[in-house]
Design a protein around this ligand. Sequence first.
Ligand SMILES: [Zn+2]
Length: 464
Amino acid sequence: MIRKISLVTVLFALATTSSAGPVEGQTRSSSAVVLYEAARFIPGDGRQPIANGAMLVENGTITKIGPKGDENLPRGAIRVDLGDKTVMPALINTHGHPGFQRGITYSADNFTRDTIMEDMNRALYFGIAAVQSQGIEKGEVMYQIRADQEAGKLGGARLRIAGRGIGAPNAGPGGATYAGIAYEVTTEDQIRRAVQELASKKVNLVKIWVDDRNGRAPRLPPNLFRAAIDEGHRHGLQVNAHVFYHTDAVDLVNAGIDGFAHLVRDKEMDDQLVAAIVRRNVYVMPNLAPEWNTYTELPHWLKDSDPLMTLLKDSVSRPVIERIRKAYENRDVTAVDRARAQYAILQRSLAKLAKVNAKIILGCDTGLEDHLFGMSEQHELESMVNAGMTPMQVIVAATSRAAEYLKLDKMGVLAPGKEADFLVLDANPLDNITNTQRISRIYIKGAEVDRAALRPSLTRVVTN
Ligand SMILES: [Zn+2]
């Protein structure tokens, strides 16, 4: 029953002084009824922002959102005035590889609950509410983390899993670090059994590698990937492909693939492929991480004054930051030129996809060495805009559309019935997409993330 009562108005500054200590996972539970008012709410589904808006959150769920008015509030509701801030849904990353980097080491031995949770906590610190792991997963630890998060016993960005990805022999993720993780298959029967095993373990989607991994492995033959897609769909699972070659992408779209973990990289996507992607509702992760290799000197986002660097200093140990920066010393100009030419192919394909409103989703191979959680996603948004997407398209890709792909049906949009997972930003990301990095606060299910409590563990220098 909603009726008019006198309100307890809580000023923004006062609201930050909640005395509840962090539980494991560092979010505070909230059963309060809270009305948030702010200069602008970006819904995340492509609708224009609500100026001078108000959003009512009850027990962690959004129950009302619209222009600020003379609100009738339920009894006991509190009002939080966020002033000139911008509110938008928390981000969702559809392509990550948690668990391998611990401080400056990167190895399979690091793949523990602690390392994975550090990645999930760092992701959350940067405003990422959910991460889909893409098939470089060992043992049971990720299943346990997912179960503990679903039971409310563990925080961090919510982990979604693909289990062990599937490829031809030696075609999986590659490198000694990942040896033996993927299924290696050569027959339709084997690939169907792999998918069945994954389905029985209740993975969130299936990952396949189809290309020849730069010549080191055989391609996954079309009859095999067709079998994987068919078997996945029989079990209600989307199948998601690591691609490189344009020709594979064409075959995969025709075979009913659900998502591409990368853009094709041997050439620009032609108009027929782009049209087929749109027609068949294939989701595409741009994965613009190769942009990192296009600089001859330290990029702006690693300079001291940059908002991304501010986030990094708050959440990453100094030796790791130093190593990431050091990679930009003494760059080989020829290699950079080559990287730029290759990267321009990705940018042109993405611009084409954006122009026809293909289903682009945030996914950026986060968790490869020095591609840290949180940092990679945040920078990817800028790369997407630089490639030709509008800030609004990028926000949709990183919120509602990513949630739709991952079947996180309560996430990714500020609308009644959705979880109150949102970022409070100091500036408007529709003006400049890097304003998603100017994070004032983060809320998950209506509870503010205690970011200060996360900093000590995230910045700790670890020695293995
Ligand atoms: Zn990947």
